[in-house]
Design a protein. Structure first.
Length: 232
């Protein structure tokens, strides 16, 4: 299988500026790889660095040491050493991210929130909206809500908009931070189906999922993050 993502010796600490500059170690020597068509689930209790690791892969956090090697076409890019322009380019065409919370521009309609990643990549807006509408239907968001800003939605509806936005582009790498946490059984099943479809298309997926039943259905490998816990 073709590697899409490889982490080598990743370490991360945070400086607590309001606590006298104390450095809080989070993870040390995180090493694993993800192939195309594979879903790797990060497991372990809260506080072991799972979400922080996803943010390092996405380039939102810088790691202190190690390499995060992403395959972008024929190029291999080290996110840990990439400049901001290169990271933004990766987000446009290579790495998708579904966070735990929807962050959208106020007063922008849900359909445009979902379509925006495709539009940013050059897809005509009408086509991006049509494809976004199909995902919103699958995720059981009523058409009457598409023209409204997601800030007016329930938590579960906002998360489904978030999922639609993250899954709409056919990126080769997809990061999922608790995508099913606030969903009912019906919509959780839709997300499991979407993950299976993306794997068949060759996406490499890194996910955080605490629901063991969902984890068992989507995971090709489970990484116990307690193995990489750094001493405080």
């Amino acid at each position: 299988m073709t590697l899409a993502l490889e982490l080598v010796g990743i370490g991360k600490s945070f400086t607590m500026h309001l606590q006298g500059g104390i450095r809080l170690s989070v993870v040390a020597d995180v090493t694993f790889a993800v192939s195309r068509g594979e879903c790797v689930v990060l497991a372990g209790p809260s506080g072991v660095g799972k979400s922080s690791l996803l943010k390092m892969i996405f380039g939102s956090y810088r790691c202190d040491r190690g390499r995060i090697l992403v395959q972008r076409g024929a190029q291999q890019i080290d996110v840990a050493a990439a400049d901001p322009r290169r990271i933004l380019a990766l987000r446009r065409d290579t790495i998708g991210y579904v966070s735990q919370f929807l962050r959208a521009v106020p007063r922008v309609a849900a359909i445009d929130v979902v379509a925006e990643p495709l539009v940013a990549g050059g897809t005509p807006r009408d086509l991006a909206r049509r494809e976004g509408a199909e995902l919103l239907r699958r995720l059981n968001i009523a058409g009457s809500l598409w023209g409204l800003p997601p800030a007016t939605f329930s938590g579960g509806e906002q998360q489904r908009v978030n999922i639609a936005r993250g899954f709409l582009p056919n990126f080769p790498i997809l990061l999922l931070d608790e995508p099913t946490a606030s969903l009912d059984a019906r919509n959780c099943e839709v997300v499991v189906e979407l993950i299976a479809e993306r794997k068949r298309r060759g996406a490499a997926i890194v996910a955080i999922v605490h629901d063991e039943a969902v984890r068992d259905r989507i995971a090709d490998d489970v990484i116990d993050m307690t193995r990489f816990a750094a001493a405080a």
